[in-house]
Design a protein around this ligand. Structure first.
Ligand code: GLP
Length: 259
């Protein structure tokens, strides 16, 4: 099962996950990071800054989970721009080594396959950061996504477009389609780290961690992975039936285990 870590706030979550990533980069200077957008991973990127300061990160590679289709890559809310602004620049990564799926319309039918090839060529993702949407999506794998799915174009649910409208002038500006790593792609990463904060995520977290494994709640795919860490604050943990057990297990965890 996944290890569930209930933390007191976002900063603690960021520090915990950033420690793990910094250790990975120290061990493996050409580590392949799976990067996520949205507000959830921001404390991780923030906590990584001091931890990677002075570290040679020139060989670190990265793959973002998803991108909007048809958005100008230069648009400030394209995931390419977000990853550049929130991750690549502040951490001093080599932009040529950090990829996002190509959401440009021309040739879109091949972009998923190209992305899969690039990930495979890099040797796969070492650590994949994940947020979770209120629909239970990871990446942009909306309900109904196959557990075997690979990087492909998907239609966004209206709920997700409404959730993401805060980043745009109006909901009409939120793209209707995306290109996202599939659940099968995500499950190939060697370590999944899913973060969630706030009560609005409590239901999705409970479904992902404790609910039945179902494509109706794509985040539940994490139950099929052998190495998952779920980091949640108290409100996001509030609907977990076994929260006390998770707290107990984490408090009594043997030191040699690591995350
Ligand atoms: C977005 C992204 C997901 C993200 C999720 C939650 O639509 N495609 O990768 O995990 O929705 O976003 P937030 O972290 O802002 O709540």
């Amino acid at each position: 099962m996944a290890e569930i870590v209930v933390v007191s706030d976002r900063a603690d979550a960021g520090a915990l996950v950033a420690d793990e990533i910094a250790a990975l980069v120290a061990r493996r200077p050409d580590a392949v990071l799976g990067l996520a957008t949205g507000s959830t991973p921001l404390p991780v990127y923030e906590a990584l800054r001091p931890r990677l300061a002075g570290v040679d990160v020139s060989r670190v590679r990265g793959f973002a989970l998803d991108e909007y289709v048809g958005i100008d890559p230069a648009h400030p809310e394209s995931y390419r721009s977000v990853i550049t602004r929130e991750v690549v620049e502040p951490l001093g990564l080599d932009p040529a080594r950090i990829r996002t799926p190509d959401g440009t319309l021309e040739g879109i039918e091949h972009h998923g396959e190209d992305y899969e090839e690039a990930i495979a060529h890099a040797g796969g993702v070492d650590l994949q950061i994940l947020g979770i949407g209120t629909t239970g999506h990871i990446g942009f794998n909306e309900p109904g996504s196959s557990f075997a799915s690979r990087t492909r174009v998907k239609t966004l649910t209206q709920r997700t477009r409404e959730d993401n409208a805060r980043f745009f002038d109006s909901i009409d500006d939120v793209p209707t389609h995306c290109i996202t790593q599939g659940l099968g792609t995500i499950l190939d990463a060697r370590h999944l780290v899913l973060l969630a904060f706030g009560e609005g995520k409590a239901e999705a977290v409970a479904g992902a961690v404790e609910g039945p494994v179902t494509s109706s709640l794509p985040g539940s795919a994490i139950q099929l992975h052998p190495h998952v860490t779920v980091v949640v604050d108290e409100p996001a943990a509030s609907r977990l039936a076994y929260a006390d057990y998770y707290r107990y297990a984490y408090a009594h965890k043997p030191e040699w285990q690591g995350l």
